[in-house]
Design a protein around this ligand. Structure first.
Ligand code: AGP
Length: 606
């Protein structure tokens, strides 16, 4: 979490960095700040709260200069106040630092520095960095960084500027992402590619254990110990449109609408005529008889569906683990196991740590990621690209449906490799996949008035329960997560059969219960769930077939969904009205759907 950026070049650094922070604010938005170098001093502006508060400050007190660093914060150590906002400096103010990550031994370092006379302003872990640098600095910034770097424990990416080196930015990476961008006579740095646009045309990913010195025209890279490393830039393929809201009022609305094209892209990448192409994983899957999915949040919900797909189609034993749990267990590693790490960002700290644990046990790891240059992708033995395009709204929408669709294709692939389905069965499944993008497009246009009416009716409710069975149990979990993360309504998803084991006690005439009830194998059971809620005067929002009059007759409001020929793929359609419902409830409660409180898009700390 947290985003860092830097610029050195012919433009005013302030304006370039504000755009970069705008693109990075999905990583955290508790406070923002920047340090700009003019020829005499380091000028700092920072503010708690949203980026616009920093913008207001800058419009009253602009800072001129062509070199600077900036930060948008997701608070870990210390409250989200202006004092704790980055950049942080040493007492003399001649060294400024922005940092992403956590310095785990900051308390020890702080006590030692304080004993030597350092005075700290903030409660952050970051402030030890400029103070350590100040202690050893004799005019050579790189030498100072090399002298202190081994003292920092934890994961970090930081950028530092030194008052007496006004045309230089110094950066270091150990465990947190950091990219260097190159444009015409200008260099940039950022935690993610969108923040390098539009000025950089090429980028390189700094590796752990590397330092870099940026000047206007070039970058010098070396290891922490000083070994020179040749920079290898790649072309930036992303364009500005893909990271802009366009005509939408939020990234979430844009990303919900993009789902048909994302699913079509996945289809086109995996289907050649009547055949499913092999993903290029570099792993022999024939001996795999046990798959472990590792993921967090929405990606974990997609993994639950991945389990259904693999078990039904490939008849393989599958476990689904929450990354933050797996990493602290001592999982049994047996031959024939494959770990599949699922992560939109490719940077989720818990998923990365569990991937590393699996690798330490010699378990092959494949990842399904949206950001191809991410740490998880780079550390996996094989990578499946998600192809969802940049997802910026904190609430994952298009990445979820992309994950589910991609996992279905992966399950088919494994089924074929294991000889569990024949050509005819494969053709039938591919026929089931083909109409999905169009069905999703039509479903998104369906009964917006009812979704809005339900959102209006239930906006005041302070809790909502979601029920689903079979493939719709993950839909219930995901629908509940969407609602709670962007509208702050307490929401829980339950397996329909579990409801009577406790949660049914919650039902009152003011509790909306969302029942996901397509006409599938679980239909009758879900109807019983609905009746049980009705008998206790609960309010029913049903998600079901457009022509299901029985359902319409017993629900307060019914969100119609289209039917997928292949029942396994139905959750891709059932989730759509729930994404829109969460969006409208959040708007009705005046919540910021793209930047919900306390959250960040990529969770790079534990
Ligand atoms: C989804 O809406 C969430 N904001 C969150 O649960 C997210 O899915 C989770 O943090 C995992 O992220 P990842 O897919 O980037 O690893």
């Amino acid at each position: 979490m947290c985003g860092i950026a830097g610029y050195i070049g012919p433009m005013q650094a302030e304006s370039v960095l504000l755009v970069a922070l705008e693109r990075l604010k999905y990583r955290g938005y508790d406070s923002a700040g920047m340090a700009i170098l003019d020829s005499h001093e380091i000028l700092i502006r920072k503010s708690e709260g949203r980026l616009r508060q920093l913008e207001e400050q800058l419009s009253m007190r602009p800072v001129l200069g062509h070199c600077g660093i900036a930060h948008t914060r997701w608070a870990t150590h210390g409250a989200p106040t202006t004092i704790n906002a980055h950049p942080h400096t040493c007492a003399r103010g001649n060294i400024a630092v922005v940092h992403n990550g956590i310095i785990e031994n900051h308390e020890v370092l702080r006590s030692r520095l304080q004993a030597a006379g350092a005075i700290f302003q903030s409660q952050t872990d970051t402030e030890v960095i400029p103070n350590l640098l100040a202690q050893v600095y004799t005019g050579d910034p790189l030498a100072a960084i090399q002298a202190i770097i081994s003292e920092l424990q934890g994961s970090f990416a930081f950028a530092a500027v030194f008052e007496d080196h006004p045309d230089h930015i110094f950066v270091a990476r150990q465990g947190s992402p950091l990219l260097v961008g190159r444009g015409e006579g200008q260099m940039l740095l950022a935690s993610d590619i969108p923040a390098l646009l539009p000025h950089a045309h090429e980028y390189l990913q700094l590796e752990d254990g590397q330092l870099a010195v940026l000047t206007r025209g070039q970058v010098r890279i070396c290891s922490f110990s000083g070994a020179v490393i040749e920079p290898a830039f790649k072309t930036i393929e992303m364009n500005v449109e893909s990271v802009s809201k366009g005509d939408y009022d939020s990234f979430m609305a844009k990303e919900i609408a993009e789902q048909p094209e994302v699913l079509q892209r996945i289809l086109e990448s995996r289907l050649r005529g009547d055949t499913l192409t092999d993903p290029d994983l570099g792993i022999d899957l024939r001996g795999i008889n046990h798959v472990v999915f590792l993921a967090a949040g929405t990606s974990w919900h997609a993994a639950l569906l991945g389990k259904r797909f693999l078990e039904s189609l490939a008849r393989i034993h599958v476990e689904v683990d929450i990354s933050s749990e797996y990493r602290y267990r001592n999982p049994v590693a047996s031959g024939g196991t494959l770990v599949v790490a699922i992560s939109q960002s490719g940077e989720t700290a818990d998923t990365l740590a569990s991937l590393r644990l699996a690798k330490s046990k010699f378990i092959p790891v494949v990842s399904l990621v949206n950001v191809m240059d991410s740490t998880i992708a780079r550390e996996s033995d094989g990578v499946m690209p998600l192809l969802a395009g940049p997802e910026i709204g904190v609430a994952s929408t298009k990445a979820y449906t992309a994950q589910v669709f991609a996992l279905y294709a992966f399950a088919l692939h494994l089924a074929r490799v294991k000889g569990r389905i024949d050509g005819e069965q494969m053709r039938r499944h591919l026929d089931g996949m083909r109409p999905i993008p169009e069905l999703v497009a039509h479903s998104l246009a369906l009964a917006e008035d009812r979704v809005l009416a339900a959102a209006e009716l239930f906006t005041p409710a302070n809790a909502t329960v979601f029920l689903g069975r079979g493939g719709e149990f993950p839909t219930a979990l995901e629908g509940a997560l969407k609602l709670k993360e962007i509208s702050y309504v307490h929401a829980m998803g339950y397996a329909g059969g579990e409801f009577k084991h406790g949660p049914i006690a919650l039902v009152t005439p003011s509790l909306p219960v969302v029942c996901i009830c397509p006409r599938d194998a679980m239909y009758e059971k879900m109807i019983s769930n609905i009746e049980e809620v009705r008998a206790r005067q609960g309010r029913i929002i049903a998600v079901g077939d457009a022509d299901d009059d029985t359902l319409a007759g017993i629900a307060d409001i019914c969100f119609p969904v289209l039917r997928s020929e292949d029942e396994l793929l139905q959750p891709l359609l059932s989730i759509l009205p729930l994404q829109r419902y969460a969006y409208h409830v959040a708007r009705g409660r005046n919540c910021d759907v793209d930047q919900p409180r306390n959250l960040a898009k990529s969770v790079t700390v534990e």
